[in-house]
Design a protein around this ligand. Structure first.
Ligand code: B12
Length: 271
């Protein structure tokens, strides 16, 4: 029988050991790009390329070849470097957040909400802080959707309140309370100075402050540069990254708010 292990990789019992592939399988070749605060204009070009090579060598790329250098104004240069790394990837040590709930069709989502909640599920979405990148949250919420899937507005049993861009945390909390939101969907695309981390932590802290723990809406954050594994550190229930589709989010909402819903607190009986 033919081996299922592709050329350029070996097995270690549990997983596979991989090497990058550039020109020939398993040759270890990678390509990286970065900008250095160094001029590459005129007489400075050799020094700039040398600086890029030195950085690449320190990153473990050896030999490193500068295949592209472009001045970004007088004081900065953008580089693309191609070269060999000796590092190996062990797939048995890769840690990722796997989807731990079934993917449902819109019809199944609607049916589950209708029979399980007996009312529409309300979600409030926004880009918080100064972030004005609404395309991502709109891809999830707007009816036209993303990647061939309709957005959550298409789901009959989901009420979507999309607050748009640059919403402050107090505004978001107030609207969530007004709407009696079941879930909050926040988008953070700008990551400069860790804005996405700080804003999300501020948001989750505000919701914990504003709600008793058993009444707090489900907190979901998404954006292209989030590590999906850091939900606990951010104080949210789930993080969705690059390429998320509306169906994944709708299915998660059903999983957490319908199928595995926390039981409502029982009222103490008068004696
Ligand atoms: C379009 C765009 C803009 C538009 C935004 C228009 C709009 N209405 O959204 C405009 C021109 C306004 C803009 C402005 C700026 N931008 Co801009 N912009 C982009 C660009 C080119 C595309 C972003 C995009 O639309 N992606 C498509 C969507 C569908 O993908 P997505 O956001 O990743 O969303 C998906 C997932 O992440 C996930 N998701 C996202 N949010 C959520 C939320 C939830 C709840 C869930 C479940 C999932 C989810 O689902 C989506 C579908 O899969 C990116 C570069 C790039 N190629 O990504 C830069 C980029 C994001 N911008 C950048 C910057 C720096 C800026 C500015 C600061 C530029 C400036 N100096 O003025 C300003 C900031 C404005 C502000 N106050 O926020 C940087 C950010 C760098 C960083 N490290 O933070 C980028 C990366 C460009 C770059 N390489 O430098 N920008």
């Amino acid at each position: 029988m033919a081996s299922e292990v592709p050329t350029g990789s070996t097995t270690n019992g549990e997983g596979r050991i991989l090497r990058p592939y550039g020109d020939t399988t398993g040759d270890g070749m990678v390509q990286v790009s970065f900008t250095l605060p160094v001029s590459s204009l005129g007489a400075h070009s050799k020094l700039a390329e040398g600086a890029a090579t030195q950085l690449a060598n320190k990153m473990g790329i050896e030999p490193a070849l500068v295949v592209h250098a472009k001045a970004m104004g007088p004081d900065f240069t953008f580089f693309v470097v191609y070269g060999r790394v000796n590092h190996l990837v062990d797939t048995s040590k890769v840690r990722v957040v796997e989807r731990d709930y079934p993917l449902l069709t819109p019809k199944e989502v609607n049916a589950a909400v209708k029979s399980g909640l007996r009312r529409r599920l309300t979600i409030v979405g926004a880009c918080i802080g100064t972030d004005a990148h609404t395309v991502g949250i709109d891809a999830i919420l707007n009816i036209k959707g993303f990647a061939g899937e309709k957005g959550l507005e298409y789901y009959r049993e989901i009420k979507v309140v999309n607050l748009g861009a640059q919403v402050s945390v107090p505004q978001l909390v107030a609207r969530a309370q007004e709407e009696k939101a079941d879930a909050i969907l926040v988008s953070q695309v700008v990551t400069q100075r860790d804005a996405h981390i700080l804003n999300t932590k501020e948001m989750s802290a505000a919701f914990r402050e504003a709600y008793p723990s058993d009444r707090r809406p489900l907190l979901i954050v998404g954006g292209p540069r989030f590590d999906e594994a850091i939900a606990p550190e951010l104080g949210v229930d789930r993080v969705f990254g690059r390429g998320t589709t509306p169906g994944e989010v709708a299915s998660y909402l059903v999983h957490r708010l319908v199928t595995n819903r926390r039981p409502a607190p029982t009222k103490a009986k008068a004696s």
